[in-house]
Design a binder for this molecule. Structure first.
Ligand code: NZQ
Ligand code: ZN
Length: 399
């Protein structure tokens, strides 16, 4: 009998295709008429996306109250600013137009606008009684970068610049009502961010794949299909940003990589690479996908020692390597080397030293990661579970 047991529901309505930005106003009008429009640091104004969105919204009769300037690794102070703007202007809708940072901030603003407490209570950061929101203003996500999958999931990751913490909230009310995906909006994403996005989406998949229960053939094939697609189209989008087919494949891959479908039934116990990377981002404000490219290969080498058959499967199905048997650690490690070489080839850093991080605070990163999330034994949830010493070892190997 199969061990698989799961329930899946993703309520987000998905609209996908080149040119769909023109539908934004009409779609928004179905949910509200006074929209908080959340945007990032200005890329969408330079590329003209902002003006096109505004035109569509004003033609539909939707009024706009903007919260501009959400930073990468979005800060709780920006969330508070946006929630205040929404309240002051009686907004009945939130629209996020930007990358994962903008979408995540918009999600928490949508919940914070209806919450009297401090929105930092919503972010799981080791406090005894986090507030899990149960209501939020309706949200429409319009991603301009293929990476996080935030557009179609119920999670958000927020940083606290004062305490140097970065962590997440997950709640059903945070699922966007609509995700409007127009791959043309991602054409202006620079090469480095395209590479980081490719790494991020692949890492969402590898976390479920390697931390799962095993014996999940359908999920494994879904996962491998997404990885192979990202490895094929990521480099094409980096080589030619205006290749809209490559941009579309990458965007769809990013969305399916973290909308819950591929992970359903996989029995995955955690996101160790993400948890460790979030601590690095909290201390050094690095790009999420770049941090993952450093931590993931090192974590894989750690996990491959105990979960060798799965890493052999990865090496053979993704890179066509031949194994002597499912316990062939040499083949497993060769697959990880090939994966790391792929990340390098698209321009990702794969060592901490490349981004100017030395080993001085490694023990602190490990402690902080475990303080924010741990299992009942105090370890980081993963297969195998990670002790503080394991996290230190993985980070040291990534120096
Ligand atoms: O701020 P602007 O000026 O827009 O510039 C951004 C930013 O500098 C730029 N950019 C975005 N769209 C562009 C563009 N530049 C040119 N043309 C466009 N069309 O790209 C830079 C990075 O943007 P950001 O939103 O930070 O990137 P990303 O989408 O990778 O989001 C990263 C954030 O999402 C979180 C990460 O931790 C990080 O904080 N994550 C959210 C998840 C979720 N909600 O499910 C899961 C992920 O694992 C991740 O943790
Ligand atoms: Zn990620």
């Amino acid at each position: 009998m199969s061990a698989m047991k799961f329930e899946y529901q993703n309520p987000t309505r998905l609209i996908f295709g080149v040119g769909t930005l023109a539908q934004l106003g009409k779609v928004a009008k179905e949910y509200g008429t006074r929209a908080l429009l959340v945007t990032g640091g200005g890329s969408i104004k330079r590329s003209g996306i902002f003006d096109r969105a505004l035109k569509s919204l004003s033609e539909a009769g939707v009024s706009i109250f903007e919260c501009a300037g959400v930073e990468p690794n979005p800060r709780i102070s920006s969330v508070k600013r946006g929630a205040a703007t929404a309240r002051e202007n009686h907004c009945d809708l939130v629209i996020a137009l930007g990358g994962g940072s903008t979408m995540d901030a918009a999600k928490v603003m949508a919940a914070a606008a209806l919450y009297d407490g401090d929105p930092w209570n919503m972010i799981i950061h080791g406090q005894p009684d986090p507030y899990i929101p149960t209501q939020a203003l309706p949200l429409i996500t319009v991603p301009t970068l293929a990476a996080t999958g935030s557009e179609m999931n119920s999670g958000a990751v927020i940083s606290n610049e004062e305490t140097k913490e970065k962590s997440f909230v997950q709640a059903r009310c945070l699922y966007p009502k609509v995700a409007l995906l127009d791959p043309e909006l991602t054409a202006s994403v620079p090469k480095d961010q395209t590479a980081y996005g490719t790494c991020d989406l692949i890492t969402h998949i590898t976390e479920g794949y390697f931390n799962g229960s095993g014996d999940t053939p359908i999920q494994d094939r879904f996962a491998e299909g997404v990885i192979l697609t990202a490895m094929e189209y990521g480099p094409k989008a980096i080589a030619n940003g205006n290749d809209l087919n490559a941009r579309a494949q990458l965007q769809w891959a990013a969305t399916v990589a973290l909308n819950g479908w591929v992970q359903s039934g996989s029995g995955s116990v955690g996101y160790p690479v993400h948890m460790i990377e979030h601590t690095l981002s909290a201390h050094h404000d690095i790009a999420h996908g770049a941090g993952l490219a450093i931590v993931n290969p090192s974590w894989m080498r750690f996990a491959a020692k105990t979960n060798t058959p799965k890493f052999v499967q990865f090496a053979t199905r993704i890179f066509g390597l031949t194994a002597k048997g499912s316990d062939d650690l040499e083949c497993a490690l060769a697959g990880i080397d090939r994966f790391e070489a792929f990340l390098k080839s698209i321009g990702c850093p794969t060592h901490l030293s490349e981004i100017g991080i030395d080993g001085q605070l490694i023990e602190t990163y490990a402690k902080e990661t475990l303080r924010i999330t741990h299992d009942k034994d105090g370890n980081l949830s993963a297969r195998p579970p990670m002790t503080e010493a394991d996290i230190v070892a993985v980070l040291r190997a990534a120096l």
